[in-house]
Design a binder for this molecule. Structure first.
Ligand SMILES: Nc1ncnc2c1ncn2[C@@H]1O[C@H](COP(=O)(O)OP(=O)(O)OP(=O)(O)O)[C@@H](O)[C@H]1O
Ligand SMILES: [Mg+2]
Length: 309
């Protein structure tokens, strides 16, 4: 079982409108509501791949209950811990006429020290039943900046592989606990290290404790630096669609491949194929299965040191 942790889980509302009028009223043509947050997206993709997964994290109030109902409806095993404050909502206004999306993101519930202590206590037995742990996304207010470091310490003590998809201070604070793999995107890599050259930024993160760094570079694919070697994996073509959640699909493929013991080149090919197929699907957490199968054969994976970049 792959345990995903979404500390700032959300109820994602999507409004479809035909022309968004800023500063005036706009009628909503279509409403969709589902559980969101990066770890939840990773679990959705794992479930679609047929990989056993459980969702944990923090959920509170009526919004938390609504998002947990939706997890159940999606068939995702839910081990969320309850907090008193309201979980956050995100609102995506999809302007169908202009083909443009505007996002409004709430900060998330204020988590008390007692609630955080209760969560870390419940995390240990959950992790004990997992083959790997995925820690994804931002921290809600009140969770300490070393929150991911604390969870890593618990999981790594049990010898579990841990994949971390975070940025900034929570990522930097977690590195001394030696995450097995981190997956920053290009912006996160530069912002977190202050280094604009990806290979140099990756080297810094590894020197600070990351085992493997798999940097995602949008339509350019992945740059992977691991203890076993370095590779560049690229999709055969740019896919048009919704890139939100493509990184989460990459993380799902990486977690599933690590648990299955795949060699890096095969694992990276799957991660690029799956994340590109996720761009072709409209909602975060889903992918185009036919395209995934076709792309698996077409992703180029080359040792990095042989590419003049
Ligand atoms: N337009 C595209 N065409 C083909 N593949 C893409 C495209 N955009 C993204 N991908 C694939 O998805 C992976 C992840 O994309 P990206 O680097 O944008 O992640 P991200 O910013 O972390 O996304 P998110 O956090 O929204 O899930 C890329 O490494 C690549 O394999
Ligand atoms: Mg990302």
């Amino acid at each position: 079982m792959i345990l995903t942790v979404t500390l700032n889980a959300a109820l994602d509302l999507t409004y479809g409108v035909d022309g968004l009028r800023v500063g005036a009223s706009t009628r909503v043509a279509e409403v969709a509501e589902r559980a969101g947050g990066k770890g939840v997206n990773v679990s959705r993709v794992l479930r679609a791949l047929g990989v056993d997964t459980t969702v944990t994290g923090l959920a509170g109030g009526a919004t938390g209950r609504a998002l947990r109902r939706e997890l159940a409806a999606a068939g995702l095993p839910d081990a969320m811990a309850e907090v008193a404050a309201e979980s956050r909502r995100t609102v995506a206004v999809v302007d169908r006429r202009a083909d443009r999306t505007t996002m409004l993101l709430e900060p998330g519930p204020q988590v008390t020290p007692a609630e955080w202590a209760r969560f870390t206590g419940s995390f240990a037995p959950l992790a004990a039943g997992a083959d790997a742990v995925v820690l994804s996304g931002s921290l809600p207010p009140g969770v300490p900046a070393d929150g991911y470091a604390q969870l890593l310490r618990i999981a790594r003590r049990r010898g579990l592989p841990v994949l971390l998809d975070a940025e900034g201070e929570p990522l930097l604070a977690a590195l001394p606990e030696r995450p097995t793999l981190i997956k920053p995107n290009a912006d996160e890599l530069a912002a977190t290290t202050g280094e604009s050259d990806p290979p140099a930024a990756i080297a810094r993160l590894r020197a600070a404790g990351a085992g493997s760094v798999i940097a995602s570079l949008g339509a350019e694919g992945l740059l992977a630096v691991t203890p076993e070697g370095s590779w560049r994996a690229r999709p055969p073509a740019r896919i048009t669609g919704n890139p939100t959640g493509a990184g989460d699909a990459a993380v799902a493929a990486l977690a599933a491949g690590l648990v299955a013991g795949l060699p890096w080149p095969a694992l990276l090919a799957r991660a690029v194929a799956l994340s590109a197929a996720a761009v072709a699907a409209p909602l975060a957490g889903s992918y185009d299965a036919g395209l995934y199968r076709r792309l698996c054969e077409q992703v180029a994976v080359l040792p990095f040191d042989r590419i003049p970049d």
